[in-house]
Ligand binder design. Structure first.
Ligand SMILES: CC(C)(COP(=O)(O)OP(=O)(O)OC[C@H]1O[C@@H](n2cnc3c(N)ncnc32)[C@H](O)[C@@H]1OP(=O)(O)O)[C@@H](O)C(=O)NCCC(=O)NCCS
Length: 421
């Protein structure tokens, strides 16, 4: 870790800097626990010290120059995400907080400026945040992927006793690592947008993460021959009163049914009044739960900011080419103009291939798509279609002639981010 941390002098006797050493780790963990709840300290310490991808130097603090007291902080948590098979890097903004007596003095604005610099310097394709409502809109974020979307299964709806289908559930251990990696990869590949997870991350989740507030236990589902066929994860803590199922692999419906019976049993033992399935709606576990009577709860959303939309469009060109190839526009040769009011670009397609994305001045050419800049993230991530957005945003529009092409380029997607910590 760097001995001389990055530093920026601020007005009013304050200084912003990066976490620089073990002492800083302890101080920031204590500060964040002050803001986010006593008991969370070991979570932040474990993230900084033991997580295979999180860098302590990506944690920023603001301190009083004379006393050294920390008054605000946030951090950058790096993620690997796939978008229709193309790997992207995202910077999650997390653990944001300012001391009550320092709130409203734009400290989070200043920290966000530095965060944006780190995103740019680190060549991240996007940044995302779980975030409190509304606050992050001022930094260009918009709700663009489901978060805490959940299904409620009452205990009387779950099968009991477990049907004799030959499957069983047991707690995972380190010898399950290769199978878990494989099951996770299959589940991530079945989604259009998903977080990627390697063995080091799995090792962290099965080990150090168990001492954090984001801990989850991992249950392996086995068949009658003793072969592992999948897994699910139960969070120890989280929103609401229910027992939270935070993750599931691709399971056959019969295996999902046995898993649900097991989950119900765990819920009863832990005196949880219902089961909360925080899972993508098209997983077999949710489908089976719905067939038993589960209903959906209110969902929140990941907020996403695209630091460089043109570079992202270029990177995703193979995906657009593939979408065109499967449509009536397979041989498309034309230019398409996207106007985001504050910036604009021309996409040049030749024989169904996106060859170039060129910046042009906004308003300088007739636009095929006109969109407030922050609405591009929900469109690109398939969270909201143009048809969804247009009634609410008259400034989001397309010409009738371009609409079918834009629907091909930006379909609704199945996106879900299982947590990497
Ligand atoms: C939310 C929080 C981080 C804001 O910190 P801050 O240092 O006061 O932020 P800034 O001074 O940079 O920005 C405040 C501005 O945002 C505005 N704002 C917009 N939405 C807001 C919201 N949901 N909450 C707070 N402020 C909001 C304020 O009105 C203020 O605007 P103004 O300066 O024009 O009056 C701080 O209130 C806090 O630590 N809250 C408790 C922990 C928390 O909720 N953390 C966020 C977890 S994602």
């Amino acid at each position: 870790m760097s001995k001389i941390p990055w530093t920026r002098e601020l007005d009013s006797g304050l200084r912003m800097r990066a976490v620089g050493g073990l002492e800083d780790i302890e101080r920031v963990a204590a500060f964040d626990a002050l803001i986010h709840g006593a008991g969370s300290e070991s979570t932040w310490r474990t993230w900084m010290r033991d997580h295979p991808q999180i860098q302590p130097t990506d944690w920023l603090l603001v301190e009083e120059q004379d006393t050294g007291r920390i008054v605000a902080s946030l951090c950058l948590l790096p993620w690997r995400i796939h978008y229709a098979g193309i790997e992207l890097r995202s910077a999650e903004q997390g653990v944001v907080g300012t001391l009550p007596e320092y709130r409203g003095r734009k400290l989070q604005h200043m920290l966000n400026l530095r965060f944006a610099e780190l995103v740019q310097a680190g060549d991240f394709d996007l940044s995302h945040i779980q975030g409190i409502p509304y606050f992050y809109r001022q930094f260009g974020y918009e709700y663009a992927l489901p978060l805490e979307a959940w299904w409620r299964l009452e205990l009387h709806m779950a099968p009991s006793p477990p049907p004799a289908l030959g499957f069983h559930c047991r707690l995972a251990n380190l010898s399950d690592l290769p199978a878990l990696v494989q099951f996770y990869d299959q589940a991530a590949a079945a989604l259009d947008v998903a977080a990627l997870r390697d063995e080091a991350l799995w090792r962290y989740l099965l080990g150090p993460a168990l001492h954090t507030e984001t801990a989850a236990e991992t249950w392996v589902v086995g068949d009658a021959d003793g072969h592992s066929v999948g897994y699910f994860r139960i969070a120890y803590q989280g929103f609401g009163q229910g027992l939270i199922v935070a993750e599931v692999s691709l399971l056959k419906p019969e295996a999902a049914l046995v898993a649900l019976a097991h989950i119900r049993q765990v819920a009863i033992e832990r005196q949880k009044p219902f089961v909360r399935l925080n899972l993508p709606s098209d997983t077999s576990m949710v489908t089976v739960a719905r067939s038993l009577g589960a209903h959906d709860g209110a969902s929140y959303g990941w907020q996403i900011r695209l630091p460089n939309p043109l570079a992202l469009l270029r990177k995703l060109a193979p995906v657009f080419n593939q979408r065109l190839a499967g449509s009536i526009y397979a041989q498309l040769t034309r230019e398409v103009v996207f106007d985001f009011y504050r910036h604009a670009c021309r996409l040049s397609f030749t024989s169904g291939q996106l060859n170039e994305v060129t910046p042009i001045p906004p308003g300088s050419a007739p636009a095929d798509l006109t969109l407030p800049p922050q609405l591009f993230a929900p469109l690109l991530f398939g969270h909201r279609s143009l048809n969804d957005m247009s009634p609410m945003y008259p400034d989001a529009s397309t010409s009738d002639s371009a609409r079918p092409l834009l629907e091909v380029l930006f379909p609704k997607l199945r996106g879900w981010l299982y947590m990497p910590y």
